[in-house]
Write a protein that binds this ligand. Structure first.
Ligand code: COA
Length: 260
């Protein structure tokens, strides 16, 4: 499929989606959000895709936020639709995908950019990355899940400070906060993310999908994560991957998971 604002490449089980508006620091306009939805959906439906990587093009930015030029004159109703449509199409959609999503944060991840990185299942950053939710400096608040996912990841007090000050933190601070799992040089970012993806790909994709579901359940309003774990755990026993994983262990060989 051809996109105007993103690139989607598949190689050896990994789909790499790159936001490609470097002249606008990869800011997320509506068309980009729609294209990202299509690309994530296509990658998730392709059973040969084992891991999805999301990154930004150029050396400066992952994503510098929602495209401010697009919403500057919105009304209350339009602002509310912007947030709810974006959350449904992209941010919640990504967080709930069965295929693991890693954000390779290669520069500024601000506003909607940090929210996209936080919707991914985990994050790895290059040492030039800068992260923040500067929305209150524009008279608005994070609208793509930032007020929820940032405190979940780094704790309420730190999230309050980041959101209230509208400030940016560097990659090392983000790692100390637990916002990103690893920090490396710009050159080593994609190799490290791909190496991490290959470790994931050795395991059962069916079990990984069940684990994502159980982990996310603990953060859903009205859901009990422990109950979700019991249910997902039980379902694994009916899968071909479980048969293969346990048989391979007992036969002292490496498992070759069918992904079913
Ligand atoms: N929306 C729309 N356009 C954006 C953008 C955004 N969120 N972030 C950057 N751009 C555009 C700039 O307008 C500029 O476009 P132009 O060359 O046509 O004028 C281009 O990207 C380059 O950005 P610039 O500001 O010149 O780069 P810089 O290195 O001086 O500053 C930032 C980098 C990230 C500090 C600065 O771009 C910035 O503060 N961006 C907005 C961040 C933000 O508030 N995000 C939350 C939005 S809710």
């Amino acid at each position: 499929m051809n996109y105007n604002n993103i690139l989607s490449e598949f190689n050896k089980g990994i789909c790499t989606i790159t936001i490609n508006r470097p002249s606008k620091l990869n800011a997320l306009n509506r068309e980009t959000i729609n294209e990202l939805h299509q690309a994530f959906k296509a990658a998730d439906e392709d059973k040969t895709t084992k891991v999805i990587i999301i990154t930004g093009s150029g050396e400066k930015a992952f994503v510098a936020g929602a495209d401010i030029s697009e919403f500057a004159d919105y009304s209350v109703a339009e602002g509310s639709d912007l947030a709810s449509e974006g959350q449904a199409l992209l941010f919640d959609f990504v967080a709930n995908l069965s295929t693991p999503v890693i954000a390779a944060v290669n520069g500024f991840a601000l506003g909607g950019g940090l929210e996209l990185a936080m919707a991914a299942h985990f994050r790895i950053a290059s040492d030039n990355a800068k992260m923040g939710l500067p929305e209150v400096s524009l008279g608005v608040i994070p609208g793509y899940g930032g007020t929820q996912r940032l405190p979940q990841l780094i704790g309420k007090g730190r999230a309050m400070e980041m959101i209230m000050t509208a400030g940016m933190i560097d990659a090392k601070t983000a790692q100390n906060y637990g916002l990103v799992n690893h920090v490396t040089s710009q050159e080593e970012l994609m190799p490290l993310v791909e190496k991490t993806a290959s470790k994931i790909m050795r395991n059962s994709s069916v079990a990984i999908a069940a684990a994502i579901c159980a982990i996310n359940a603990g953060f859903e309003e009205g859901e009990n994560g422990f109950d979700a774990e019991v249910s997902s755990f039980g379902k694994c026993f009916g899968t071909a991957d479980f048969k293969e994983g346990t048989t391979a262990f007992l036969e002292k060989r490496r498992a070759d998971f069918p992904g079913e």
